[in-house]
Design a protein around this ligand. Structure first.
Ligand code: AP5
Length: 205
């Protein structure tokens, strides 16, 4: 299974990816997690990404494409993967297409999680409260100002991927307003239909 999870900040991409890796025995490739690890380790990439991420902007395409390209070379990605937070721009999607076709592999589906904007802020605020309750430092970009910029980046640069993958008949849209469990069940239901060949994702007009 080779999947992309697409959705605005706080939509539940990371939450669903963690559940799906167990279900399908595949790896989760989260560019956000990889970049946060690079920031924490103060690597060259981390130093470059730190302020961009804290303000809610997007890290340059060549940086994230390089990270994913290196990561797909590792053996554990051979059985399949879930890309969580990548691609986020059309150039990233085009680079991914090239990478996969050079390896002779194809994506199975792109799952778009649709969530109301009001719920996104609430979820991010809940995450901050949960992290503080556990004695952890909240994410530098989990505040109203950075969230507004992350949402603006999503609308301007990532939302065009909905059309991109719809045209390639890879897009599955899921209501991300349901409970975590219900969202997982719906994703699994749609993926089962795709893998059984019952249905091909429709092209959105
Ligand atoms: P990234 O880490 O990818 O952040 P994001 O896209 O803003 O998404 P989040 O992690 O906030 O949310 P999520 O959709 O994963 O939701 P989650 O499951 O955590 O990226 C961070 C930054 O890194 C970017 O802004 C950018 O700077 C940089 N970056 C990363 N990739 C890049 C790329 N490809 N190109 C350029 N720059 C890149 O859930 C959120 C909360 O909601 C949790 O508390 C969860 O428990 C809760 N929740 C989840 N589902 C539900 C539900 N159904 N009901 C109720 N609560 C729910």
């Amino acid at each position: 299974m080779r999947l992309i999870l697409l959705g605005p900040p706080g939509a539940g991409k990371g939450t669903q990816a963690q559940r799906l890796v167990e279900r399908y025995s595949i790896v989760q490739l989260s560019t956000g997690d990889m970049l946060r690890a690079a920031v924490a380790a103060e690597t060259a990439i981390g130093l470059r990404a730190k302020d961009i991420m804290a303000s809610g902007g997007l890290v340059p395409d060549e940086v994230v494409v390089g990270i994913i390209s290196d990561r797909l070379e590792l053996d554990d990605a051979e059985n399949g993967f879930i890309l969580d937070g990548f691609p986020r721009t059309v150039p990233q999607a085009e680079a991914l297409d090239e990478l996969l076709s050079s390896k002779g592999i194809e994506l199975d589906a792109v799952v778009e999680l649709k969530v109301n904007e009001g719920a996104l802020l609430e979820r991010v605020e809940n995450r901050v409260a949960e992290m503080r309750a556990r004695g952890e430092e909240p994410r530098a970009d989990d505040n109203a100002e950075a969230l507004a910029k992350r949402l603006a980046s999503y609308r301007a640069q990532t939302e065009p991927l909905v059309q991109y993958y719809s045209e390639r008949r890879k897009l599955l849209t899921v209501d991300g307003m349901m409970t975590i469990e219900e969202v997982t069940k719906e994703i699994e239901r749609l993926l089962n239909a795709v893998t059984a060949g019952d249905s091909k994702p429709a092209r959105r007009s």
